[in-house]
Design a protein around this ligand. Structure first.
Ligand SMILES: [Zn+2]
Length: 290
């Protein structure tokens, strides 16, 4: 009894002193970038938990409760947000919704690589307007994301601005170092890598690599597409097909089997964003020609 009274008193004092900043984000890698800036000055909640695809996720009731107490929501442009954002805004009118991708030049989502001309034209038309949402998977784009986060965090909690800026500087310099590392890593490589879900378009774009997706606009390839992919993989001497843990890899396994390649996991949603990006980049580099 005494214990619980003490607890209550403690909780009341804490909340009276200063409510910590509560920041909600869509995906796990954003949590890494936010916590590098906010440290333990903010409570961070992630809407899409481990193992779920960010392209269609329905938040659980407990997440909606937690969201109702958030000060900031950092959107990243994953497709689930299209249905979420109006609801979130309605649920918590005190929450500021911040677009973390502001200032990032988005590139078109790449479809299959096809050798035949007719098919290429057809795809170009289909893909008009579809921009690649996977902006967090390149250090240069992540630098923009971090900067946008910093601005919003300082606005929400100006009292701790100095700490946030200090933390941000360290994070930004680590991100820049990673960019340099990857520049060096890919400076001598050429060729293409095969992925099931085309999540690595920005990495490919920023370091001059070619990403060939197996999936076609979010769907498994049809037999005709599969045959084309297998021919392309053979011609390009592909040794590995990269898959992500959140998505079924049946088509990737079929192709890998046909061309005698390995299936390798590359996670676009890992919690240790920086470490993961470097190790995935090393795995890609290992498959490219030197
Ligand atoms: Zn994706």
């Amino acid at each position: 009894m005494i214990k619980s009274v003490l607890w209550l008193a403690l909780m009341l004092t804490c909340s009276a002193a200063a409510d910590p900043l509560h920041i909600a984000v869509s995906i796990i890698p954003q949590q890494y970038l936010v916590s590098r800036i906010a440290g333990d000055l903010a409570h961070i909640s992630v809407m899409i938990p481990t193992g779920h695809s960010p392209h269609a996720y329905e938040p659980k009731p407990a997440q909606m409760v937690s969201l109702s107490k958030a000060n900031l929501f950092f959107s990243i442009g994953v497709s689930s947000e299209n249905t979420w954002l109006p609801r979130f805004a309605e649920l918590n009118r005190n929450m500021t919704i911040v677009d973390c991708t502001e200032g990032i030049a988005k590139i078109p989502m790449k479809s299959h690589h096809h050798e035949d001309d007719h098919h290429d034209q057809h795809k170009l038309v289909e893909n008009q307007g579809a921009l690649d949402p996977h902006v967090w998977l390149s250090p240069r784009r992540a630098a923009f994301i971090s900067r946008n986060m910093l601005t919003a965090i300082i606005k929400a909690d100006p009292a701790n601005a100095e700490t946030y800026i200090e933390n941000y500087k360290k994070s930004a310099s680590d991100i820049m170092m990673l960019d340099m590392k990857l520049l060096r890593l890919f400076s001598q490589t050429t060729g293409a890598f095969f992925v099931f879900h085309p999540a690595w378009g920005y990495l490919a774009h920023d370091y001059g690599l070619e990403q060939i997706p197996i999936e076609l606009e979010g769907k498994e390839p049809k037999p005709r597409d599969l045959a084309l992919l297998i021919a392309t993989a053979k011609q390009k001497k592909i040794g590995a097909v990269f898959v992500q843990p959140q998505i079924s890899k049946r088509a990737a396994e079929i192709i890998a089997g046909e061309i005698n390649a390995r299936v390798v996991v590359a996670d676009p949603l890992a919690a240790e964003w920086m470490e993961n990006l470097e190790s995935v980049a090393r795995a890609f580099a290992g498959e490219l020609k030197q």
